[in-house]
Write a protein that binds this ligand. Structure first.
Ligand code: DGY
Length: 323
């Protein structure tokens, strides 16, 4: 029997690409270049499974392409707001994702950004590289204390809880969170966490606000000009979730006007383009969507996709089906 045909949109770590080659008639993107909508349409027409990742856009007009052979999108990533889920459902296209394995690496990057923003890490690095540092003095580059401060988490899933643990047990931070449903009682007890009744309530009491809600229409510009004004003028905003959760122009204005003290961003509206206003601001730390970017995590994400494909082709229940 011939092997199923599988299409991979971007390079994966070598160990998981090797497994794909052994198991499937696989086409890899050897050049690792971003593919076009037409190339995605052709992949849907010619392969049994297509494995996109978070930077590949699969809107309805791609998904609705005629004469599809593909039955499953094995997404390499936990977020899947780049795929039109309703269109996929209508077309009977299964979607799987990669939850669980990127929890700690993403929480680590959220914590990195929190520390960079609080302690002006990126700004200090730029100063030293520009050879503008004139020496230690008692008032140079004073910054914000992290230990003992209040961390507010919007969304309280796996990644938020992992960050809360590091912040509470490592830095003695007080934890507050906003989530549609209350967290598990053991988690709440371990973290001594307080649930806020609204985003507004959380913004008012937090020294650091970290975003962990999914992207998409329901959360677009959840953090807007009005809500930024509710934050303490000394507070910092951290975003490792999705760029469009924050109104970029409102955040740029808030950083310029000192409505808030700083921000740390790993994700952007319209990435990889970063809104220009951020580039000249000293009080924003910018990373290129590094949340899950460790070799171990990216390999584990590939293993997750492999497990979903294996289950699909064996007609077994899918471990991580989201649609
Ligand atoms: C995901 O998997 O959704 C992450 O954003 C990748 O880092």
């Amino acid at each position: 029997m011939s092997k199923p045909k599988v299409f991979i949109t971007r390079r994966w770590p070598a160990a998981v690409e090797a497994k794909l080659k052994a198991l499937y008639d696989v086409t890899l993107n050897e050049d690792d270049r971003p593919l076009t909508a037409d190339e995605f349409k052709q992949a849907l027409q010619n392969y049994d499974a297509v494995c996109p990742t978070v930077c590949d856009s699969f809107p309805a007009d791609v998904i609705n392409v005629a004469d599809k052979r593909c039955k499953i999108l094995g997404n390499f990533g936990v977020g899947y707001n780049h795929i039109d889920v309703d269109a996929a459902k209508q077309q009977g296209l299964i979607i799987t994702n990669t939850p669980g394995v990127l929890t700690h690496s993403t929480a680590d990057v959220a914590m990195t950004l929190l520390l960079m923003s609080a302690r002006r890490g990126a700004e200090g690095d730029r100063l030293v590289r520009a050879q503008k540092w004139t020496g230690w003095c008692p008032t140079h580059m004073l910054s914000t204390d992290v230990t003992g401060a209040t961390l507010g988490l919007i969304g309280f899933g796996r990644i938020a809880q992992a960050m809360a643990k590091k912040a509470h047990h490592g830095f003695g931070m007080k934890i507050v969170y906003f989530n549609p449903s209350p967290a598990n009682e053991y988690v709440v007890e371990d973290l001594n966490a307080t649930r806020c009744q609204s985003v507004e309530e959380l913004l008012k009491v937090s020294d650091f606000v970290s975003l962990h809600c999914p992207g998409g229409a329901a959360t677009k510009h959840l953090i807007n000009a009005e809500r930024l004004k509710l934050m303490k003028p000394t507070a910092h905003l951290i975003n490792t979730a999705r760029g469009d959760v924050v109104d970029s122009q409102a955040l740029i204005a808030a950083l310029k006007n000192n409505t808030i003290r700083g921000a740390g961003l790993d994700v952007y509206e319209g990435e990889p383009n970063v809104p220009e206003g951020f580039l000249t601001l000293e009080n924003v730390s910018l990373l290129p969507h590094l949340g899950s970017a460790t070799l171990g995590t990216r390999t584990a994400m590939g293993e997750k996709v492999l497990a979903n494909l294996a289950a699909y082709f064996a007609s077994e229940p899918l471990p991580d089906r989201v649609a």
